[in-house]
Design a protein around this ligand. Structure first.
Ligand SMILES: [Mn+2]
Length: 258
């Protein structure tokens, strides 16, 4: 089966080196799309998480090999580091095996729109001003997932369940998460407008989006931990959000006809 030819692929938040990374899905996605430009918009390799424990699989190796191979074969690969791979920020301006590392980039689409590409953590007030909260939050989340069972056992044993409403707690958390995403998007849209650009493609908050607000495009690649999403630019400049699990079923019949 021949891969679909697109002009650009935008990916972010792959989190290689972690248990959550959906490397198999990403390999399948990359097999199905060929591009002129491949933009990796941060948190590609999760050095934060790897400093605590490394989860590196054969499939994750394959992802790295495929990307290097594409760069060697003429696909223009650019990597913009995020906060989980900020170690790579020391190499901004350098190139490794045809992969160019930049802090941000302005991409012109085939139909002449100018899009700002960046990871987005610099616009996240938590990671920017309270770095330790972000790191602790990250560790805390992993611990929470691991020890959730233990916690509820302790709670049951101590009979404190009656004094603590999980539903209420979850609701408050969700409300805060929604306002966090909203603030993040608002700041980015404002930045795009100030810089007189047409839109932005970013990552960081693991919440895929493709929408236009008052003439400004807000695009977020999502992630390859949970949602398995990517953005592609078609040869005519049209941008599309691909949700991988659905896309594989939808695109297969079209391809076999080609
Ligand atoms: Mn990030």
């Amino acid at each position: 089966m021949k891969p679909m030819k697109v002009r650009s692929i935008f990916l972010s938040d792959i989190h290689l080196g972690t248990r959550g990374c959906q490397a198999d899905g990403l390999i399948a996605f990359l097999r199905d799309y060929e591009a002129e430009h491949l933009f990796l918009l941060g948190d590609i390799i999760d050095f934060w998480s790897m400093s605590r424990s490394i989860h590196w699989t054969e499939a994750q190796n394959t992802v790295v090999q495929k990307v290097l191979r594409r760069a060697r074969h003429g696909e223009k690969v650019m990597l913009i580091p995020g906060n989980h791979d900020e170690a790579l920020r020391e190499y901004i301006g350098a190139s490794f095996g045809d992969i160019h590392i930049k802090a941000e980039h302005i991409h012109e689409t085939a139909d002449g729109r100018h899009l700002l590409l960046l990871h987005g953590d610099e616009f996240d007030q938590v990671t920017r001003h309270h770095r330790w909260i972000a790191i602790l939050g990250d560790i805390g989340y992993n611990l929470l997932v691991r020890f959730n069972g233990t916690l509820s056992w302790i709670r049951r044993t101590l009979r404190i369940a009656g004094y603590w409403s999980l539903a209420g707690y979850a609701k408050r958390r969700v409300k805060r998460a929604i306002s966090f995403i909203f603030d993040f998007e608002e700041i980015l849209i404002r930045t795009v407008r100030e810089r007189k650009l047409d839109g932005i493609v970013c990552g960081h908050i693991h919440s895929a989006a493709l929408r236009e607000t008052d003439g400004v495009l807000y695009i977020n690649c999502g992630d390859w931990v949970d949602s398995c999403t990517a953005i592609v630019e078609h040869p005519d400049g049209r941008l599309e959000l691909i949700e991988w699990h659905q896309a594989s079923a939808r695109i297969l019949p079209l391809r076999s006809a080609a």
